[in-house]
Ligand binder design. Structure first.
Ligand code: GLA
Length: 778
């Protein structure tokens, strides 16, 4: 259905005031200056694209056939400290919008206050966590007050760029997928009012996945639905709350994001193109999330719940690759959209690819050992989390003295996120939040020693209640001698060293020539420095395979995190951040490199897992299962197909553990899978899964796909738990056991089967469910 979609592009900002426009929600269509308008949109995050390339990427978006770009604002980037606002450099959102307008694109703005987006804490500022009982994303007055101040500032900076004032901004989103998190329409009302008070007079809207469209719904916020596939199903659900009006998909996923240690995600292009064609044919509006993912530079990566840290590459298998390259998916999308252009509407040619280069291997010769570069400590009787020492991110070192004594187990309530334990500077062991392993065995000590716990924060969880993600040590820290009936002794009087790796800390590091004799790995946690002389400056991909785990700075630009377990093994280096002549490359390696060599490739490596290098070998904690699980809370059979299914128990059951025991599959094959599992509380309402983790799973495919069990409880049905099918194919029964961490009363559950075509493997047929206190023992 051809409409005036593309013909009306925002007037390029001329010297004279650009014309203003009216954008409205019509009874059937979006209306631009009264004319039906179809939004063909793609998501791009300005902070994830080198500022020097914003225009290049936006020209690609236009050339692919889109007429609008959608952009989040990340509160924590724009207000790094209360009342301190940042709208410069990568944070210059107004300039990004102006360039979009100049390139003939309208803008949809998503200012938050919460965004998600695999971004640190979902965009929320860490300093809110200084209130130890704050309830984020709620009408907690402290949250609302801070959010109102921020949105007021957003209005000051971006309000003038609304179409009503000659800019490109068509409409503004309130919050983000709030229905996944809460059901309080008044909370959404507070934010809506804050945006109105901040001067936004274009339409305000809210997005949600189809399962949560009604949660927190308000009639005065235009609803859009997010989905990765099945547009008809998504729009059918939308029509339940929006009987008339334009249909819009607020997030349509061509790929997905990656997390460290799990296989690289690529989207199903055939399905993507078919669904896009369906939406174009329907005359529906859509936004491709992400059309260009880019890179999560600096400390800004988030983590999926319960704790799956995101990679710094945010390539997302998007039509426009991380480095701004046109992909086959781009060409196919351009061709598809070309069939739906309005008469006379033409697509510009895509701009050429930016030059790429390689950098020959060169040894880093200077090193600054972390323990030799510690700042003044703060002293504290008990260790507390980073935020309470006024620290945003990076690392933090906790030090105390231990008397001589027998072998013992060191424990903490939690250590977020990766802990390294040292005795007199010698690394003894690791703690690992991914598997909730917060204990290390200490050897016997014949003399008093110095105990160090170096904790690295890997980005705050960006989804679910886990966004209340305080980093560092959650005490008490205890030592329990390995003797029978030994009682834990709490360790007190600590020195705390804050290691934020900000510009002033980097500037203070004292480098030494790296002794050729000392194996690099033996240097322990250290910053390495190399000066690389370049003939030319062009895009390239730093090869971090010889390195362990840490971060990289190029000429002062923080490229983000790397980790040798993959799947990402290179880091995108934008050409404009390099220069002819000497370039300073700093590499923080918290594990120690195999070989401190700096080199760059002219191609990215985003799909190379190296599980054997994982200090925790990615293994789950060993647990023992109760020999007999007793009588099940329910036994039954699921219906075939991909629809969500709700199962109610005859009588509610209480316990700390919930076990889904799958007995066979719809297709008779040995595989089991779950896209999403939600539990129902005693009154049949969805139970928040805060603090809920995987206690046990008999099998999960972690090599050939990201089939980790956490995918079943991360709130996203676009990923899934899937039993092994690569190296092994263990058969039924399959068990997935959740640990609530406390006793909960359950009256039923909702099972979302694996999504996608009819022939996908893993859809469960018969099952038994157990709820009890002691299904699992350590
Ligand atoms: C959700 C969020 C987005 C992003 C995607 C996954 O739908 O709204 O911000 O996190 O999931 O990439």
């Amino acid at each position: 259905m051809l409409l005036l979609a593309g013909l009306v592009a925002p007037a390029r900002a001329a010297a004279t005031a650009a014309p203003t426009h009216r954008f409205e929600i019509g009874s059937d269509d979006f209306l631009l200056d009264g004319e039906p308008f179809e939004i063909r949109c793609g998501e791009v995050h300005a902070p994830r694209v080198p500022r020097e390339y914003w225009r290049h990427r936006l020209q690609l978006v236009k050339a692919m056939g889109l007429n609008t770009v959608c952009a989040y604002l990340f509160w924590n980037l724009h207000e790094p400290r209360p009342g301190e606002f940042n709208w410069s450099g990568q944070a210059d959102a107004a300039e990004f919008c102006r360039i979009a307008q100049e390139e003939g694109l309208w803008v949809i703005l998503r200012p938050g206050p919460y965004a998600c987006a695999e971004w640190e804490m979902g965009g929320l500022p860490w300093w809110l966590l200084k209130h130890d009982d704050i309830a984020l994303r709620s009408r907690d007055p402290r949250f609302i007050a801070a959010a109102r101040d921020y949105l007021q500032e957003v209005g000051r900076v971006l309000g003038p760029l609304q179409v009503t004032q000659g800019g490109p901004i068509l409409m503004v989103q309130v919050e983000n997928e709030y229905g996944f998190y809460g059901r309080d329409p008044a909370y959404m009302g507070e934010l809506r009012q804050a945006l109105l008070d901040a001067g936004f007079d274009v339409p305000l809207f809210a997005c949600n996945p189809k399962e949560h469209l009604k949660d927190g719904y308000r009639a005065d916020l235009f609803p859009v639905v997010n989905f990765g596939t099945d547009p008809n199903g998504g729009f059918k659900a939308l029509r339940e709350i929006l009987p008339r009006g334009p249909l819009m998909c607020g997030e349509f996923y061509p790929g997905w994001f990656d997390t460290w240690g799990a296989p690289h995600h690529t989207g199903d292009t055939t399905r993507y193109l078919k669904d896009l064609d369906t939406m174009l044919d329907l005359g529906a509006s859509f936004s491709i999330y992400m059309v260009h993912g880019g890179t999560t530079f600096g400390f800004w990566t988030g983590a999926d719940r319960p704790f799956k840290p995101d990679t710094s590459s945010y390539d997302y298998d998007a039509p426009i690759s991380e480095a701004g390259w046109v992909t086959p998916k781009f060409d196919q999308t351009r061709t598809l959209i070309s069939a739906y252009l309005a008469p006379g509407e033409k697509l510009p040619a895509p701009p050429p690819r930016n030059p790429v280069m390689t950098i020959a291997p060169q040894r880093a010769t200077q090193v600054a050992a972390l323990f030799a570069n510690l700042p003044e400590p703060v002293r504290d009787d008990r260790p507390r989390t980073m935020e309470l020492y006024d620290q945003a991110g990076g690392c933090i070192l906790y030090r105390t003295q231990l008397p001589a004594g027998p072998a013992a187990t060191l424990r903490a309530k939690a250590i977020n996120d990766v802990g390294q334990v040292f005795i007199n500077g010698e690394r003894i062991g690791f703690t690992d939040r991914r598997s909730r392993n917060y204990r290390v065995e200490l050897p016997a000590r014949t003399t008093p020693v110095t105990l160090d716990i170096l904790v690295e924060a890997m980005g705050r969880v960006n989804f679910g209640v886990e966004v209340h993600d305080r980093k560092g040590i959650h005490g008490p820290v205890t030592l329990t001698a390995d003797a029978e009936r030994a009682t834990p002794v709490e360790l007190r009087s600590w020195e705390i060293f804050r290691l934020p790796f900000d510009a002033s800390m980097l500037g203070a590091l004292k480098f030494q020539p790296a002794a050729a004799t000392t194996p690099a790995k033996a240097q322990g946690p250290a910053m390495w420095s190399a000066t690389v002389k370049l003939e030319q400056a062009a895009d390239c991909f730093l090869d971090v395979r010889p390195w362990g785990k840490g971060m990289v700075w190029v000429n002062g630009h923080n490229l983000g995190r790397y980790w040798n377990i993959g799947p990402q093994q290179t880091m995108y280096v934008p050409g404009p951040w390099l220069k002819q002549g000497d370039n300073e490359i700093l590499i923080l390696d918290l594990l120690g490199p195999e070989n401190p060599v700096v080199a760059a490739l002219d191609q990215p490596i985003l799909d190379e897992l190296r599980p054997t290098l994982d200090f925790a070998r990615g293994r789950r904690r060993e647990v023992k299962l109760r020999s007999d699980f007793g009588s099940p809370a329910v036994t039954g059979g699921f219906a075939p197909g991909s629809d969500l299914q709700e199962v109610r128990f005859a009588a509610a059951a209480s316990g700390r553990f919930f076990c889904l025991e799958a007995l066979d599959a719809q297709d008779g094959k040995p595989f089991a899978a779950v896209a999403e599992l939600a539990l129902l509380d005693a009154s049949g309402r969805p139970l928040g899964l805060e603090g809920c983790t995987i206690a046990y799973v008999d099998s999960e495919e972690r090599e050939r796909m990201d089939g980790t069990a956490e995918n079943a409880i991360d709130g996203q049905s676009a990923n899934l738990w899937h039993t092994e099918w690569g190296a092994a194919q263990p058969g039924y029964p399959h068990r997935l056991i959740l640990d609530f961490g406390q006793v909960r009363t359950i009256s039923g559950f909702r099972y979302t089967p694996r999504q996608g075509a009819a022939d996908v493997t893993g859809r469960i047929k018969n099952y038994r469910v157990y709820v009890a206190d002691d299904l699992v023992r350590e």
